[in-house]
Ligand binder design. Sequence first.
Ligand code: G4P
Length: 524
Amino acid sequence: MTFLEEIKRRRTFGIISHPDAGKTTLTEKLLLFGGAIRVAGAVKSNKIKKTATSDFMEIERQRGISVATSVMGFEYDGYKINILDTPGHQDFQEDTFRILTAVDSVIIVIDAAKGVEPQTEKLMNVCRMRKTPVIVFINKMDRPCGDPFSLIDEIERQLKIKARPLSWPINSGPDFKGVYSIFNKSLKLFNPNIQEIEEHIKFDDISNPELEKYIGNDSRTLREELELVNGVYPDFDTKDYLSGNLAPVFFGSALYNFGVQELLDAFLKIAPPPRPSYTEEREIKPEENHFSGFVFKIHANIDPNHRSRIAFIKVCSGIFVRNNIYKHIRSGKTFRISSPTAFMASQKETIDEAFPGDIIGVPDTGNFIIGDTLTDGEDIHFKGLPSLSPELFRYVENADPMKAKQLAKGIDQLMDEGVAQLFISQFNGRKIIGTVGQLQFEVIQYRLEHEYGAKCRFETLNMYKACWIESDDKKELEEFKKRKHQKMAKDKLGRDVFMADSLFILQMAQDEFKKIRFHFTSEF
Ligand code: G4P
């Protein structure tokens, strides 16, 4: 197969949802189709979300599992599919944001009975920002739910995207009879007792009286509703979908493996192969001959006996070849990567080469941080891996004076992994940890103790937000820093950060210092 063919057959995507909408169930069913797993129940749900926040052992257990399920690659119908798993718990939304930088498209799972939920909305904001093509899968049709038209209205309104149904349900709950696939003009009948096969009945012409034979009295409603669908929604246009302006919508029931194959087949027809990526210097096309990639996730110390980390690298261009020498742009050092791994279902295996769209796992002893670029020589820096403005803050103190070094190292490495952000107060020199979720503090404390043998104590700091500041007017910047010196801090890269006590104080500062730019993500 040629290099270009290898690129074209790759589909790298993420599945996102509000917890419990059915992301894990859908992922598992997709893997079953790919033959990547043989039995249902093989994919462990990211159940951190469902456990009490203080269940540390569970968090640890999950971390072990989640490295295996972070990336699931499989072959299906000539395609190489890479599914990137996203954490379910909302306190890990920053991880999800970063994972979304490594995908070329997204499937959003919505619980038919619950409609659009808050976390889906937030994640969709990220997709919209990045113009990521999204497909919506409305799940759990086997349960009673409201009118599909209102649901699609809700999707358009709350997810702020045009929607286009490509399948249509025939009732829901106990009366659910199946879906009519607008995409390939066929009828699929739902039978809760047969999960493995989807019956496809070709139905080019929905007015064919044969329809009655299959769905009886529901035929009339289906015809009316389909007429309305085709009248109200514009024809499906792949270009609109690819530019992130239109979301095709499918209905089904992941639990019953219903509508999943149809979703997968449609996905493969319309979803994009690897797309160009952006560096500070220039656009990088996947088909360029030179290898480039970036680190979007670091998974540390999976085995406490070995201080190992795995850096997840998305290949953006060229071919990655095992044992070749690559340049780590931030340090300027070169590396030979001798045991890169790929993730096929829940198995890790060493690979000799990887193509654009692929994710490789690279064992790391502390050289990589999130956002790092690796190339075969060119000095470029990938963009688009911002940290969010933290909203929860704690001073961090050493609780075991004999372990100061371990604590410093532990904090350093956890920050490199992107667990949280570290700031140094310019007023009192104290270390401040900022996060976007409460659970992170517990994870930090637990991991410091179990992986680094260090103990820390947190002291609450009531603050509204940390934001990065800059200005072309040096005088005004100095004046601001002087006036707010009690609230100034530096981030890990030594940049100025303003810790605002409240929204009111932040707005006052913005009003008064017009030449200062306040940034709410670390990349600007
Ligand atoms: P998540 O990853 O998005 O959080 O959701 P997950 O797949 O874990 O599904 C959440 C719950 O919803 C699970 O039940 C799952 O069996 C159920 N579910 C998923 N898809 C469907 C569907 O199409 N129809 C119906 N009726 N249920 C569905 P649970 O009882 O919470 O978990 P489990 O004990 O079954 O794992």
